[in-house]
Design a protein around this ligand. Structure first.
Ligand code: AMP
Length: 232
């Protein structure tokens, strides 16, 4: 049987649930999950040149300059192509029109096409609530994500999986969250029209619970014939 190639972008405001859903889809389909936020946070904690340049932007809730992010993605996509995988999941990239243009050129050079842009939507009040109640496992090899309202750890402030302490991301503070939502509105939201015009946007209702959102994503991918239908 011919292998299907799936190249998807997870799109949406901070707190919409892109990361959680992208991780889930990546595990289920064994596709690489390219999460720019995570790559940058790793670069910051490793003190690399990229990390040093990006730190101030990330912690204050600003977007990192396009050239830094585009170089990061170029390197990732080229490495992926060498390992001949069946596609990729982009999470948090592109976030500006110049980034989307750069991605378009990169994919063209690699003879690759996008399957879909999954646009996860949720109202601002829910985004703020989710970001302020998000906690993460501080064990780098685990990185489980919790929410003090909808997905509480069994023991307060401890990871259910590895029992390590949880922490709150600096940019989930009230001030940085405000800035991130502003950056989204000014620089990222215009991409919705960009991809709608290319007929690639699939809207996903991000207000539902984690499993319901995931099921909706699979359903959309089935309709697009990107994954196999349910066996009866
Ligand atoms: P995230 O984990 O996706 O919420 O991203 C955390 C932070 O990383 C963002 O607020 C930005 O500072 C930075 N970042 C991640 N992806 C991008 C991107 N595509 N363009 C610019 N900055 C980014």
């Amino acid at each position: 049987m011919e292998e299907k190639i799936i190249n998807v972008i997870f799109f949406g405001a901070p707190g919409a649930g892109k990361g959680t859903q992208a991780k889930k889809l990546s595990n289920k389909l064994t596709l690489p999950h390219i999460d720019t936020g995570n790559l940058i946070r790793k670069a910051i904690s490793n003190g690399t040149e990229l990390g040093q340049k990006a730190k101030q932007f990330v912690e204050s809730g600003k977007l990192v300059p396009d050239d830094l992010i585009i170089d990061l993605i170029k390197e990732r996509l080229n490495t992926l192509l060498e390992s001949k995988l069946n596609g990729f999941i982009l999470d948090g990239f592109p976030r500006t029109v110049p980034q989307a243009d750069a991605l378009h050129r990169m994919l063209g050079d690699l003879a690759l096409k996008l399957t879909a842009v999954l646009n996860i939507t949720a109202p601002k009040s829910l985004l703020i609530e989710r970001l302020s109640s998000r906690r993460l496992c501080s064990n780098k090899n685990c990185g489980a994500i919790y929410n003090l309202i909808s997905h509480k750890p069994k023991v307060e402030n401890k990871c259910d999986i590895c029992n390590t302490e949880l922490y709150q991301r600096k940019d989930d503070s009230e001030e940085a969250t405000k800035e991130r939502l502003l950056e989204y509105q000014n620089k990222t939201a215009p991409l919705e029209k960009y991809y709608r015009d290319l007929n690639l946007i699939c809207d996903i209702d991000g207000t539902k619970n984690e499993n319901e959102v995931y099921n909706e994503i699979e359903q959309v991918l089935r309709i697009l014939n990107a994954i196999a239908p349910i066996q009866k």
